[in-house]
Design a protein around this ligand. Structure first.
Ligand code: TNX
Length: 498
């Protein structure tokens, strides 16, 4: 420990409350002191490293008022902070080795993503606040780390209530701090169509105009959507866009009469019922519509996935549903993307490389596995961010039960569903449905403090996870949430630090 007049300085790296918990942490008991001549160096010629350096610089600046410069270099510097990608491929995908010495900090990623995650680990060693006259330092040591699953995500329902570009960016920041790498955007539902489709402009002109409760709704122009994709990519997050169909489509059916079997446009809908709408599965125009939407969306999507929804199509006859999902899969494949769908899509014939998102139905999910699909784990009773914490929670729903912070944390994706093993699973995702969630403060309240737990389930091996130990680390993040202005649920199960 270093001592100064006002506070003692923690130089034991193993005392940092990392979330998610890294594979290994070793302390060497000294400190790297940041000053105004500290420079963040970035290895030349590696795409995607510069944003990590800029985010690190911005965080140091916000905390300390000191501005640190970033510079590109062709070889390792002797001092400063150096972001680099390992040449020899010795690290697991998205992995990193963070070596904090007294003079030099090296963040060596397996790839740019690994380097970004190493930077997030480094940032967690910083205190929440630093007095202006106090030094800022990193405790020395070595962290070696890599994730358990490649897909670690959250979903935001921007259809029931619309969230604007700035709000979505804030949500992306939350994911980034906990090394999550996917944001699934639920872009369309009965209550709203939120993405501009140039070949079908009324989708947003009409279908984007409202939301649950009758508010004004909104939508992203394609330019705004690209901005979100880039903002996420800079933080190593892929956006998975969802067009929910054939059910959950009232906003489209209200926008275009021809998509309805009776040729009449429906009224816009601002309630919260589910399962009452369907595209007309035996009209050719329906498939022209889907083709246009998927084509435009695929052009906006650098990542491999498009989510086709497929849930709760209660007014689509079974055979029509199967026929529709079969055709839509072909359309997605034609536009060069892979399919994700809610677990019901396992009732169709699945093409190669489909991912079934388990939310509710075990039989659908195991049927998907038998048909060769992979599984994304989003069990409603464990991972739904819109489920209430307990019976006193003023927001959210409880159809899948209450999810206190321990219940959300204490499960293993690889053993939760019989017949679905680790090899079948691409990862986990925590969806936030927004029937009851209307603004970013409410998003924060339902998301925190559960989100870090889902991040840890996705990142840290189950043998290394244990609620009683986790809750002491989570407790130390309360001050961080406060410093970031996050309105969170102060669960009595967590021994929050005062
Ligand atoms: C079920 S989860 C739905 C959504 C609702 C959610 C509310 C899923 C695939 N469908 O339409 O918003 O419950 O928790």
């Amino acid at each position: 420990m270093f001592h100064s007049c006002s506070e003692k300085i923690e130089t034991d790296l193993t005392q940092t409350a990392f979330i998610p918990k890294p594979v290994s942490v070793e302390a060497t008991g000294s400190a790297f002191v940041v000053n105004s001549s500290t420079i963040i160096y970035v290895q030349e010629g590696i795409q995607g490293l510069l944003p990590a350096a800029e985010i690190l610089a911005k965080n140091i600046n916000q905390l300390t008022g000191k501005s640190v410069a970033t510079e590109t270099v062709s070889s390792a510097p002797a001092k400063g902070i150096y972001l680099t990608v390992a040449a020899d491929g010795g690290l697991a995908a998205e992995g990193y080795k963070l070596n904090i010495g007294e003079k030099l900090i090296t963040v060596e990623g397996a790839d740019a993503a690994g380097c970004f995650f190493g930077v997030q680990t480094l940032l967690q060693t910083l205190p929440v606040k630093v007095a202006t006259d106090q030094p800022v330092y990193f405790p020395t040591g070595v962290v070696e780390d890599h994730p358990e699953f490649g897909y670690r995500g959250a979903m935001l329902d921007v259809a029931r209530h619309f969230f604007n570009v700035e709000e979505v960016k804030q949500f992306i920041d939350f994911l980034a701090m906990y090394k999550m790498n996917v944001l699934h955007l639920h872009l369309t539902d009965d209550q709203g169509w939120r993405i501009e489709i140039k070949s079908w402009p009324k989708l947003t002109e009409i279908g984007g105009k409202t939301e649950v409760g009758g508010g004004e709704g909104g939508f992203y122009t394609q330019e705004q959507y690209k901005e979100l994709v880039q903002y996420a990519a800079d933080r190593q997050i892929m956006i998975v866009p969802e067009i929910d169909m054939p059910g959950h489509t009232n906003a489209a059916l209200a926008s275009y009469a021809e998509l309805n079997c009776d040729g009449k446009a429906t009224e816009l809908y601002t309630g919260t019922k589910v399962g009452f709408s369907t595209l007309c599965t035996d009209k050719e125009v329906t498939y022209q519509f889907v083709d246009d939407v998927i084509r435009e969306l695929a052009e906006l999507t650098p990542g491999p996935f498009i989510h086709i929804g497929g849930d709760e199509s209660h007014v689509t006859a079974h055979d029509d549903y199967v026929y529709f999902v079969n055709r839509v899969q072909q359309i997605v494949v034609k536009h060069g993307k892979k399919i994700i769908g809610w677990d019901e899509i396992a009732n169709a014939e699945l093409v190669n490389d489909v991912t079934v998102q388990f939310w509710d139905d075990i039989e659908n999910t195991t049927m998907g596995v038998q048909k060769g699909a992979k599984v994304l784990m989003s069990p409603a009773a464990r991972a739904y961010l819109d489920m209430q914490y307990d019976s006193t929670t003023h927001l959210g729903l409880h159809w899948a039960g209450y999810i206190e912070v321990d219940h959300g944390y204490n499960w293993d994706p690889a053993t939760l569903v019989e017949g679905v093993t680790k090899d079948d699973i691409i990862g986990i995702e925590a969806p936030l449905w927004s029937e009851t969630v209307t603004n970013i403060d409410e998003v924060e309240y339902m998301t925190f403090p559960r989100l870090p737990g889902y991040a840890e389930i996705g990142w840290t091996a189950p043998a290394e996870r244990n609620w009683d130990e986790y809750k002491t680390r989570l407790a130390k993040h309360g001050k961080r949430f406060e410093a970031w202005g996050i309105d969170y649920y102060k669960s009595a199960l967590v021994p929050w630090e005062e």
